[in-house]
Design a protein around this ligand. Structure first.
Ligand code: SDX
Length: 389
């Protein structure tokens, strides 16, 4: 069930590993989770229902959804030892570095209780991961602000709870906008899974040694952090802010077309999609809705993003390279409008993707599997003897 490798000129790719979780047709811009189009899930479902679908293969009945939600809430509190690890970091540390360490610390907290071969143990681990990712993410943010942590509140929805733990005030009643919570939940859905991307492949390869699942997920978080992957949402905002005005867009596009510059248009291009990333379309629609609801429809960054998208989509270079906006292009604008600082964007990507990483790990370890062992094309010296001295 692990990938076998075929060598393509220039890079080695995982040709395939069997999975029934997510299907992508990059040429057609299709993304299905257990057969359901992402465009429909993002608008009609919610994150916990999508989690259930990714983990179990079918949408939950109302009773199953209620039980699943209760289990997630039951396991959303974080062990004090992990809270102390978060507090031990310098406040200005990058949130992804802290999150990665915190999730690795969950491996220490639960290691003695986890039996990879036991389905009930794997389910409990899923509840703990999905339940605690929002709590950990909020703790990371609160620590950076020097503010007191807020405990999970079972009376709130998943997204409302995350927003309250992040932006609420300890000891005060929650006061979360339904509009913002709906947008946050949709961002979680749009990031939930994406087949064998770099971070998910890392979790599978790491998990294939039989290691602790939290340790494998921490490896996935490390991979996601990079600007070529999940770190792109943070890089998009920085790029839009550097562009500054619509007048500067042409120069930015010209720089992205100049290979010697080493600069790439952040939020554009994709290894698989050679058409629109379907998530980008929903993200753009959500961006318009949220900014209108917040009275920010004239946000200058949104104007720059829309004009940049239009120019790039009409540019012969980008057309020839089949470069389209990807999931990261609009997500940052929404998150900035919600009040989330740029350095937390990839943390939110990791929060949404945790269920995808876990679903792939669980799919692999639920059946017979072998340790992954990528091979290479050797380009070094031929065999030679050690010189006689
Ligand atoms: C995510 O894999 C996944 O599913 C990832 C993800 C997920 O949900 O897990 O979808 C999330 O990571 C989305 C991608 C976020 N990253 C960015 O937006 C960063 C900017 N994008 C590029 O770095 C790039 O497009 C990648 C890394 C995303 C894709 O890499 P590829 O397909 O390997 O690109 P490539 O290097 O093969 O590019 C093909 C050509 C090259 O030119 P030539 O060598 O053919 O002359 O297109 C050019 C590239 O130079 N190119 C770009 C470009 N992306 C590719 N030129 C300018 N700007 C860009 N963004």
């Amino acid at each position: 069930k692990n990938g076998f490798f075929t060598f393509d000129p220039g890079f080695m790719s995982t040709a395939s590993c069997e999975s029934s979780i997510t299907f992508i047709d990059g040429d057609e811009g299709v993304l299905l989770h257990r057969g359901y189009p992402i465009e429909q899930l993002a608008v009609s479902s919610d994150y916990l229902e999508t989690c259930y679908l990714l983990l179990n293969g079918e949408l939950p009945t109302p009773a199953q959804k209620e039980e699943f939600t209760a289990e997630i809430k039951k396991h959303s509190a974080v062990d004090p030892s992990v809270a102390n690890i978060i507090k031990s970091f310098k406040r200005e540390s990058h949130p992804m570095a802290i999150l990665c360490s915190a999730v690795a610390a969950l491996a220490a907290v639960y290691n003695d209780e986890i039996d990879i071969t036991d389905e009930a143990s794997r389910k409990l681990t899923a509840y703990r991961l999905i339940g605690q990712m929002p709590t950990l993410s909020a703790m990371v943010y609160k620590h950076s602000k020097g503010e007191e942590f807020i405990a999970p509140d079972d009376s709130l929805s998943y997204a409302e709870n995350y927003l309250n733990m992040t932006f609420g005030t300890a000891g005060k009643a929650p006061n979360v906008s339904k509009t913002i919570a709906k947008a946050m939940d949709r961002i979680f859905v749009l990031h939930a899974d994406h087949e064998q991307n770099a971070s998910t492949s890392t979790v599978r390869l790491s998990g294939s040694s039989g290691t602790n699942p939290f340790a494998a997920i921490a490896a996935g978080i490390s991979t996601l952090w990079g600007p070529a992957h999940g770190g792109a949402n943070e890089a998009v905002l920085k790029m839009l802010e550097e562009i500054g005005t619509v007048e500067n867009i042409e120069a930015c596009v010209a720089r992205a077309k100049d290979k010697t510059s080493g600069f790439r248009l952040m939020g554009f291009g994709h290894r698989v999609y050679k058409n629109f990333d379907p998530r980008a379309k929903v993200m753009k629609q959500t961006c318009d809705e949220v900014l209108a609801e917040l009275g920010l429809e004239n946000d200058p960054l949104l104007a720059i993003a829309k004009r940049l998208e239009q120019i790039a989509l009409e540019d012969p270079y980008f057309i020839s390279k089949k470069l389209y906006p990807n999931v990261d292009f609009y997500s940052g604008i929404i998150m900035k409008a919600i009040g989330i600082p740029t350095e937390m964007f990839t943390v939110i990507f990791a929060l949404g993707r945790a269920v995808g990483w876990y679903s792939h790990w669980n799919e692999m370890v639920s059946g017979p599997y072998k340790i992954g062992r990528p091979r290479q094309q050797y380009t070094g010296s031929p065999k030679r003897d050690y010189p006689n001295k």
